[in-house]
Design a protein around this ligand. Structure first.
Ligand SMILES: *Cc1c(COP(=O)(O)O)cnc(C)c1O
Length: 373
């Protein structure tokens, strides 16, 4: 049996008529730039996430860059974030010459270690950029407490966090991205709410920030050909919005399926003492965007999976503080031991709504067999 890490065509063929019809509709109308479907998707996401404003942009990376620009994460100012994340969580800060200040991660969740944030705050610090990574949100109670106390801005990298909700000490669940000043989503194809190409969204409850984000995605124009700031050309494509509107309709079902797959993995692999699972901390609703395990002899296991035609992915093999592109920040190997250890042990197994139970059983059988030898 061959199991790919991700296969978008299964979903497409399951709902082919619906996708084809939606695309044809856009093509026939010809409204390719900020067409109706973009506004419809923004409304749909506002409603789903209970956010006041949503602004569709060209990618999750652009969403982070635009939000960082607006929040003043630039020009030598410091922003506290994690080194164990996708590049874009920190490159959005350096893009305009801001300075990411890294803090090690929690051993069990891989999220930023909130106990180490406050000691990094200086008179130059302007923000915190928590990432809701893999399948759970960072501790937003602690982060918001620290931010309020020190008057810092919070940008939630919720690129992977569609559907996740944080309750914490509050009485009500709040969707990822709606707690800080800005939140961003990515619609990269593999993401929980993924399109068939690039796309992203900025959400906020602040009217002024929303107004700016809307201007910045069209070059900083307050009205056509009148520019208040130098912005970007970064709009969510109408065709992608049409695809995403269909996917949003089925999102709860897709999330449920991901959860069932994750449960099956945990059941089948829990007997294996060479494997550990990440822990979910804090009162929250997690969503299994990826299914990670911490594996002994990780690289050997990876080679064995390849031999057996099972896809996998390693998020992330090298933490950001030791990336070549950030060497000017002055960090060195050993600075963030928890992140460095995770980078050597972590491995993500295939998980997407259309993967079959048989496939997951097969993957688990192979992994259990690997450790018995
Ligand atoms: C996917 C991802 C991004 C970037 O999103 P794109 O849409 O690919 O630009 C940013 N941050 C994290 C944590 C991600 O996983």
């Amino acid at each position: 049996m061959k199991v790919k890490f991700y296969e978008s065509t299964r979903e497409y063929f399951e709902k082919q008529d619906e996708f084809d019809r939606a695309l044809k509709h856009v093509l026939e109308k010809g409204n390719f730039i900020l067409g109706d479907q973009v506004a419809q998707l923004e409304n749909g996401i506002q409603e789903y996430c209970q956010a006041k404003y949503a602004v569709g942009v060209a990618s999750g990376t652009d969403a982070l860059i635009i939000a960082s620009d607006i929040l003043g994460f630039k020009d030598g100012k410091e922003v506290i974030t994690s080194p164990f994340t996708f590049l874009a969580s920190a490159s959005c800060i350096t893009k305009h010459r801001g300075r990411p200040v890294f803090v090690d991660i929690d051993e069990e969740t891989f999220s930023i270690d909130v106990n180490k944030v406050e000691e990094k705050i200086t008179s130059n610090t302007v923000g915190i950029l928590p990432i809701h990574l893999f399948n759970q949100m960072a501790d937003m109670d602690r982060i918001m407490d620290i931010a309020d106390k020190h008057r810092l801005r919070v940008l939630e990298d919720a690129a992977e966090a569609f559907g996740m909700r944080w309750k914490g000490m509050g009485r009500q669940y709040k969707h990822s991205g709606t707690i800080g000043d800005f939140g961003v989503f990515s619609f990269f194809p593999t993401k929980t709410l993924g399109g068939y190409g690039d796309g992203g969204m900025i959400i906020t409850n602040n009217e002024e920030l929303a107004r700016k984000a809307k201007q910045y995605r069209v070059h900083g124009a307050s009205k056509k050909y009148f520019y208040d700031n130098v912005g970007y050309n970064s709009r969510l494509d109408t065709l992608q919005a049409a695809i995403l509107l269909i996917k949003l309709k089925y999102i709860d079902e897709a999330i449920r399926k991901r959860e069932n797959i994750a449960r099956l993995y945990m059941e089948r692999l829990s007997g294996c003492e060479n494997i550990r699972f990440p822990k979910i901390k804090g009162e929250q609703k997690s969503v299994y965007y990826v299914f990670n395990i911490l594996a002994e002899r990780r690289d050997e296991l990876a080679a064995y999976l390849t031999e057996n035609e099972i896809g996998y992915s390693i998020y992330y093999p090298r933490p950001l503080h030791v990336q070549e592109c950030f060497k000017d920040l002055g960090y060195k190997k050993g600075d963030f031991p928890v992140a460095e250890r995770a980078a050597n042990e972590i491995i993500a197994l295939p998980i997407y709504p259309e993967i079959t139970t048989d496939e997951v059983e097969y993957i688990c059988e192979k992994i259990n067999a690997f450790y018995k030898n």
